[in-house]
Design a protein around this ligand. Structure first.
Ligand code: NAI
Ligand code: MG
Length: 497
């Protein structure tokens, strides 16, 4: 396939050409050491630019600034003013939406049109939803059974939040942490993923433009073991909000235990997507393909296990193959592209290795299974892949691959289905395709998953909580639940006697 030669838009060129700074205490600065690191375009592996490499001393500056802001101007700011600032930030993200979408596309690889419609649009919507909350956070009057006692609760921000962000939805995940934390009255130090630092750094510029007081939002780019670990260990950080791998999440929770820091974890998944025998097959196949191949499979809630009733296996596989044939892999900034590369060489190697393991454990490769060569060979592209006839305990049925690899499992009855769907250490999401209402509700109740999608998949809204059961983590993004995780409940006892 021929690739259109692509040049960056003037707005993106200008951003990449300057010495990009990170946001600390209201200013865009370099790392104290002066060190910078490269970020590359996964569509061709070429360097885009360099960004500041924060170390422990930079995190210390940012945490102190956030602490001072929390106890200063931000702490005493009126709720309506806090809400207005969030709304103003949403407006600025909207005004710069095309530039942000293009930056996301070249840094992460995803199609720019998807980045505009999903990552950037959902970030705007999320900021606006949470802009409404500061004026609606209230407490309760409690009917205690004691004479002359007036008891009420107050919701108060937990303090300084350390937000650690993954590379699959870099801007959106940053906003998922920032918006509710700021709405709750916290201040924040963000550590973006080292693979995709650009949109968070651009957001830092917009935070200044929006007029947030210095230190309320700090955005420090750097590596996990250096800047990330420093954030988790910093004594002025009261809470860590993390999205990423289960291995790192476990380590963060362990380290945070030393200081009894609050922790919320959005981790991996191996989510079952279930097709009942009565389902509309073409709709289910389109939904199943979308569930695993969107964002090249690099979605925590990806429907990576497709459980199909034996009676419809053959038409389902045919319909899935037809869906795969429609996928157009390519550079994300090419308008015709519907699937970008994987984010990095590391992720590409990981996906390749998993497919090899699947092959060795007896999987039948229905389609795909190899890196894409030809014009795309210099990027981290991988074919949309479907594996069949893999035992439930095989590695590819149990471990998160985080790539465009679907494992198809065949079942015969509902009880067996529920048992096998739940036979995973993860519990992030699940999909159900059926026209049978009672089975849909039975499954919605029985599945170990923080989100269940019936006749849809990967639906999100700022109002709706999202998070895991089991090793997919704890705490929720989205909605009132996200706000609550950034607040203490204080009980006040007034003796009126
Ligand atoms: P990761 O968990 O290492 O990275 C996520 C974030 O954690 C990044 O900002 C990273 O710098 C930071 N981090 C890494 N080590 C840290 C430490 N010791 N202390 C504090 N922060 C630290 O994920 P990675 O290695 O990039 O990807 C590996 C696998 O993780 C993927 O194949 C996928 O299975 C899973 N993953 C899941 C995500 C999700 O959305 N739930 C997102 C990204 C990865
Ligand atoms: Mg990059």
């Amino acid at each position: 396939m021929e690739q259109i030669v692509y040049t960056h838009s003037p707005a993106v060129r200008a951003f990449l050409a300057k010495e990009i700074g990170m946001l600390v205490n209201g200013r865009l600065i370099a790392a104290e050491s002066g060190k910078r690191f490269e970020t590359c375009d996964p569509a061709d592996g070429k360097r885009l630019t360099t960004v500041p490499q924060a170390a422990a001393s930079d995190i210390d500056l940012a945490a102190k600034a956030a602490h001072a802001a929390f106890h200063g101007e931000w702490g005493s700011m009126l709720p309506a003013t806090r809400g207005n600032l969030l709304w103003r930030l949403a407006d600025l993200v909207e005004q710069n939406a095309d530039q942000l979408a293009e930056l996301e596309s070249i840094d992460n690889g995803k199609p720019a049109a998807f980045a505009r419609a999903v990552d950037v649009q959902w970030a705007i919507d999320h900021l606006r939803y949470f802009a409404g909350w500061p004026t609606k956070i209230d407490g309760e009057n409690l009917p205690v059974s004691q004479p002359d006692m007036h008891v009420y609760t107050r919701k108060q921000p937990v303090g300084v939040v350390g937000a650690i962000i993954p590379w699959n939805f870099p801007l959106l995940m940053c906003v998922w942490k920032l918006a509710p934390a700021l709405a709750a009255g916290c201040t924040v130090v963000v550590k973006p993923a080292e693979q995709t630092p650009l949109t968070a750094l651009r957001l830092g510029e917009l935070v200044i433009e929006a007029g947030f007081p210095a230190g309320v939002v700090n955005i420090c780019t750097g590596f996990g073991e250096e800047a990330g670990a420093a954030l988790v260990g910093h004594p002025l950080i009261d809470k860590i909000a993390f999205t990423g791998s289960t291995a790192v999440g476990r380590e963060i929770a362990r380290r945070a235990a030393d200081d009894i820091k609050h922790v919320s974890l959005e981790l991996g998944g191996k989510s079952p997507n279930i097709v009942l025998p009565d389902a509309d097959i073409s709709r289910a196949a389109a939904g199943a393909a979308q569930a695993i191949f969107y964002e090249t499979g690099q979605v925590c809630s990806a429907g990576s296990r497709l459980l199909v009733h034996r009676s419809i296996l053959e038409p389902m596989i045919e319909a899935l193959k037809a869906e795969v044939a429609k996928i157009n892999p390519g550079r994300g900034t090419n308008a015709a592209t519907t699937m970008g590369p994987l984010v990095s060489k590391e992720q590409h190697d990981r996906v390749k290795k998993y497919v090899e393991i699947g092959r060795n454990q007896g999987a039948e490769i229905v389609c795909g299974g190899r890196p894409i060569d030809g014009d795309l060979a210099s990027g981290f592209f991988f074919e949309p892949t479907i594996l069949l006839n893999v035992p439930d305990d095989a590695t590819v049925c149990q471990e998160e691959i985080f790539g465009p690899v679907l494992v198809v499992q065949v079942y015969d009855d509902l009880d067996e289905l529920i048992r096998r769907a739940n036979a995973s250490e993860y519990g992030l999401a699940a999909g159900v395709w059926t026209r049978d209402l009672s089975n849909a509700h039975k499954l919605a109740a029985a599945l170990d998953a923080g989100s269940v999608w019936v006749n849809c998949y990967n639906s999100f809204d700022p109002s709706t909580p999202f998070g895991g059961f089991k090793k997919s983590g704890y705490g929720r993004d989205g909605g009132r639940a996200a706000l609550d995780k950034f607040m203490h409940t204080k009980s006040v006892w007034m003796n009126l006697a």
